[in-house]
Design a protein around this ligand. Structure first.
Ligand code: ATP
Ligand code: MG
Length: 244
C-alpha cells in the first residue's frame, strides 16, 4: 500500500504551503478518486506518489519504501505509474511501439519480453495496428491511450491518472473509463483525479481536497451526499450522481 502521512509541501521555501498535512492510505486494488477545486493541490499530491516531488515534511511510503530514499526511487517508479494530464509531456518514442517499449527498455528487460509487453499493452488499450505510427499523427484520444499503454508496460501495481478524460470527446472518454474499470477489476490500485463527478460514481472511495487539505473522505454516496460541503468549496454534483 501507499501511506501518505502528514505530508506538507511548498514549491519554494518562501512560498505558502500547497499541501498542508495530508494523510491518506491507498490500499492495494483500491480505486480512489481525488477531487477538489482548481489549484487545491491534487496534481502536486500525486506527484509525491512516485518521488517526482519530495515532502517538505511528513512522508510517503510505497510498500514500505520512503520516496526520500534515493536508493528506492527506481523501484518506486516501477511500482507507481503516472498518467499525466497532457499526454504530449509523456510521449518519447518516434513510433507508437518505440514509445511503449521505452519504459520496459529502461528496466533492462530482454527484447522478447519487451515485445510481449508492447503487444499486450497496445492490445489492452485497443491500439493494435498503430505500432509504426509516429505519435504526432495520433488524435488526442489516441495519445491518451498511448500514454496509458506506456505506463502499463512497466507492469505497475498502482497507477495515478490525472484527469484522464480531460479534452476527450465522449467516445474517447468512454474508452478511457472502460480501461480504468478493467484495470480495477484486474486488481490494480488506481488513484484517479477527476473533474467530472460522473466519471467516478462507482469508485471505492472519494477523497476531497480543498486548499491543500483533505476535507472529506468516504464512499461516493457518502461524499456526494454532502452537498453543502461540496457547494461551499465550489464543486457541483450533477443530478443523478450520488443518489440512488
Ligand atoms: N511548478 C509549480 N511552481 C509553483 N507553484 C505551483 C507549481 N505547480 C503548481 N503550483 C501551485 O500549487 C497549487 C496547487 O497546484 P496543483 O496543480 O497541484 O492543483 P490542482 O488541484 O491539480 O489544480 P487543477 O485542478 O487546476 O489541475 C496552485 O496554487 C498552483 O498554482
Ligand atoms: Mg491538476
Amino acid at each position: 500500500m501507499i501511506r501518505i502521512e502528514e505530508l506538507v509541501y511548498r514549491y519554494d521555501r518562501e512560498a505558502p504551503e500547497v499541501l498542508r498535512g495530508i494523510s491518506l492510505t491507498i490500499g492495494e486494488g483500491m480505486h480512489t478518486a481525488l477531487i477538489g477545486p482548481n489549484g487545491c493541490g491534487k496534481t502536486t499530491l500525486i506527484k509525491h506518489l512516485n518521488a517526482l516531488l519530495l515532502p517538505a515534511s511528513g512522508s510517503v511510503l510505497v510498500d514500505g519504501m520512503a520516496t526520500t530514499d534515493a536508493g528506492a526511487v527506481r523501484e518506486i517508479r516501477r511500482r507507481v505509474g503516472m498518467v499525466f494530464q497532457n499526454p504530449d509531456t509523456q510521449i518519447v518514442g518516434m513510433t507508437v511501439e518505440e514509445d511503449v517499449a521505452f519504459g520496459p527498455g529502461n528496466l533492462g528487460l530482454p527484447p522478447a519480453e519487451i515485445r510481449r509487453r508492447v503487444d499486450d499493452c497496445l492490445a489492452m488499450v485497443g491500439m493494435t495496428g498503430f505500432e509504426k505510427r509516429p505519435p504526432h499523427t495520433l488524435s488526442g484520444g489516441e495519445k491518451r491511450l498511448l500514454s496509458i499503454a506506456g505506463v502499463l508496460a512497466m507492469d505497475p501495481r498502482y497507477i495515478a491518472f490525472d484527469e484522464p478524460t480531460a479534452y476527450l470527446d465522449p467516445a474517447a472518454k468512454e474508452r478511457v473509463l472502460a480501461i480504468i474499470e478493467r484495470l480495477r477489476r484486474q486488481g490494480m490500485a488506481i488513484i484517479h483525479i477527476a473533474h467530472d463527478m460522473r466519471d467516478i460514481a462507482a469508485v471505492d472511495r472519494v477523497a476531497v481536497m480543498d486548499r491543500g487539505s483533505l476535507v472529506a473522505e468516504g464512499t461516493p454516496a457518502e461524499v456526494f451526499g454532502r452537498a453543502e460541503l461540496l457547494g461551499s468549496i465550489g464543486l457541483d454534483i450533477p443530478a443523478g450522481v450520488g443518489h440512488d
